[in-house]
Ligand binder design. Structure first.
Ligand code: DX5
Ligand code: ZN
Length: 232
């Protein structure tokens, strides 16, 4: 996994057909997805339940790009190794998931996976200087985590801008997650995000039998984000 700041579109399979993950993953990759975003929820840290390690392991052979695993679980430390063994390329844990995020990030890197740090909308950037050199990605949640299809929270634009300045030239991705559309993607690209997670906006209108809308949706989000960078 090499580092660059080009815009990357990471469809969240939370919006896929749950009876057909292998084909859905192949369809979004075939239609231009850069990464595949996997939302893991525990019904405790967030009010929804999704994928345990065996499910993520079953996704792995279908992913040829980057499997980006977003853990919305607490506690998180006991499960890091299992998700790494399931084949996650990036493992992202929430700062709010426990008192020892520093240890959690060390544990993620020790598995060989890239380490991601996610921040809920109400979480500030106070801890970032102490964590910057141990992360490969910082995920700014632009909705309250738990569900797809929610409305983008505009206060996060300024957070991304400040985060981008803190990162400087370190090889740390800024990922944004929640409510990303052709309207909100350019705001975040301009603020400094490079990995754009999108669930409902990618999967709308398509299916494995008719994947072309996935491609059109991915292109529309990418074009909107890149257009604002070209004029910056
Ligand atoms: C929210 C998840 C997101 C979500 C994005 O808890 O982390 O990845 O699926 O879905 P949309 O793009 O529909 O807001
Ligand atoms: Zn997510």
């Amino acid at each position: 996994m090499s580092f660059d700041r080009n815009i990357k579109i990471a469809p969240s399979i939370l919006s896929a057909d749950f009876a057909n993950f292998g084909e859905e993953i192949r369809a979004i990759e075939g239609q231009g997805a850069d990464w595949v975003h996997v939302d893991v929820m525990d019904g405790h840290f967030v009010p929804n339940l999704t994928f345990g390690p065996p499910a993520v392991k079953a996704f792995r052979p279908h992913v040829t790009t980057v499997m980006d695993v977003h853990l919305m679980i607490a506690p998180v430390d006991p499960y890091i190794e299992a998700y790494a063994e399931a084949g996650a390329d990036v493992i992202t844990a929430h700062l709010e998931a426990g008192p020892h995020i520093h240890r959690t990030l060390q544990a993620i890197r020790a598995t060989g996976a890239k380490a991601g740090l996610a921040l809920n909308p109400a979480t500030g950037l106070d801890a970032i200087p102490y964590l910057l050199d141990m992360v490969d990605l910082i995920c700014v949640m632009t909705v309250n985590p738990g569900f797809g299809g929610q409305k983008f929270i505009h206060s996060q634009i300024d957070k991304v801008r400040r985060l981008r300045a803190m990162i400087g030239d370190r090889p740390v991705h800024i990922e944004i997650d929640g409510g990303i559309t052709t309207e909100t993607a350019p705001l975040m690209a301009a603020a400094g995000a490079d990995v754009l997670v999108a669930g409902s906006a990618v999967f709308k209108g398509g299916s494995v039998a008719n994947p072309a809308p996935y491609g059109a949706n991915i292109r529309a989000i990418r074009d909107a984000a890149e257009a604002v960078l070209a004029t910056a």
